[in-house]
Design a protein around this ligand. Structure first.
Ligand code: GTR
Length: 335
């Protein structure tokens, strides 16, 4: 997918036409604003963090660089908006690492089950050279990795029963993001994996197309999934981050000084996002608890860990991936 030899597939052309139509309808495509997409709605920490980045950019560039946000998945699923961003139809896109897993193998590392022992461990690892290496690995795919944001701990929720041991997962239909790694993790627990986009999950739960899914407190709450799935079992199996990417074609058009401004504003939005995130986790937890959802701790997480461990061998293949895993494990705080 290099910039000069790139040709759009039919699917990509359709996506581009759709995005351009949506943006033209909003009267935006002609402006110089950086257009940004997010699958989460207004008020969600990722959306507000990118807005904060826009505020900083506007201030620091004297109004030359601004961000126009399209929140709530209005420009499509993360897989689609990511594709649109790679060919320059969108300038910025905040996504989870999951849809990047099939594009760049290094992005699978932070999504390995039970790799990070806490959010603090993840923040420490991704704030340094490990994080930079993963962000830089996106450049050959026409994406510029700007920064990571928190995404908390992912746990299972479902419509049927509390999950206490891996056996409770047997035969359940569990939605996952579009990532082979996630599919393999669910299969390793003896459940059926159904990849679908986040926007489809609520209906699928209500209609019984799936029995459950897995996500952090804010996503479980924000998409109202907790109203359809009354069991939330704290397996905390993944602590993978969100990432903010920029289209390489738009990046190349920026002056060196503006590139620095963009990168710095993204980085400066991270502490703000973390504050919002920590507050939102508590708020979402309170909403979910008050709604009567049965939330359970899982006393033996090592059983889940053991059963999901073969996934590491299947997805950690290259020396570069192995080096990253080793560097992250070395930073694990003593328990
Ligand atoms: C959320 C994440 C989204 C999306 C979603 C999902 O936690 O913020 O970007 O990846 O999970 O499960 O699809």
């Amino acid at each position: 997918m290099s910039g000069t030899t790139f040709h759009m597939t039919r699917r990509q052309s359709l996506l581009a036409i759709g995005a351009t139509a949506a943006l033209t309808a909003c009267g935006e495509r002609s402006g110089r604003d950086l257009l940004s997409a997010d699958s989460h709605p207004d008020g969600y920490p990722t959306v507000e963090a990118v807005r904060e980045m826009g505020r900083l950019l506007n201030e620091r560039s004297g109004g030359r660089l601004r961000i126009k946000m399209y929140a709530g998945g209005q420009l499509g699923s993360e897989r689609d908006t990511l594709e649109i961003t790679t060919f320059g139809g969108l300038d910025l896109n905040r996504v989870n690492l999951a849809p990047l897993n099939s594009i760049e193998p290094l992005t699978t590392v932070p999504a390995l089950p039970f790799l990070f022992s806490s959010t603090a461990h993840m923040r420490a690892a991704l704030d340094g050279p490990v994080g930079d290496r993963i962000l830089d690995s996106l450049a050959p795919h026409d994406l510029i990795g700007l920064c990571f944001y928190d995404s908390g701990e992912r746990s299972f929720y479902n419509t049927r029963k509390p999950i206490l041991t891996p056996d409770d997962m047997l035969g359940l239909k569990i939605r996952v993001p579009n990532s082979d790694l996630y599919v393999a993790m669910i299969k390793a627990l003896g459940a059926d994996a159904t990849p679908m986009s986040l926007g489809e999950v609520y209906q699928a739960l209500v209609q019984g197309v799936i029995d459950g899914a897995e996500n952090n407190w804010p996503s479980f709450e924000s998409g109202r999934h907790f109203e359809a799935a009354p069991y939330y079992s704290l397996t905390r199996h993944i602590i993978a981050p969100e990432v903010l990417v920029m289209s390489a074609s738009r990046w190349r058009k920026l002056s060196d000084a503006d590139k620095t401004l963009v990168k710095q504003a993204a980085r400066d939005s991270v502490p703000y996002m973390r504050q919002l995130w920590d507050a939102r986790v508590e708020q979402s937890r309170a909403t979910i608890m008050a709604s009567g959802v049965e939330v359970n701790e899982v006393s033996d997480l090592s059983a889940f860990q053991e059963q999901m461990r073969p996934v590491w061998d299947r997805f950690v293949k290259t020396d570069a991936q192995k080096e990253l895993v080793a560097a992250i494990e070395k930073m694990r705080p003593a328990s």
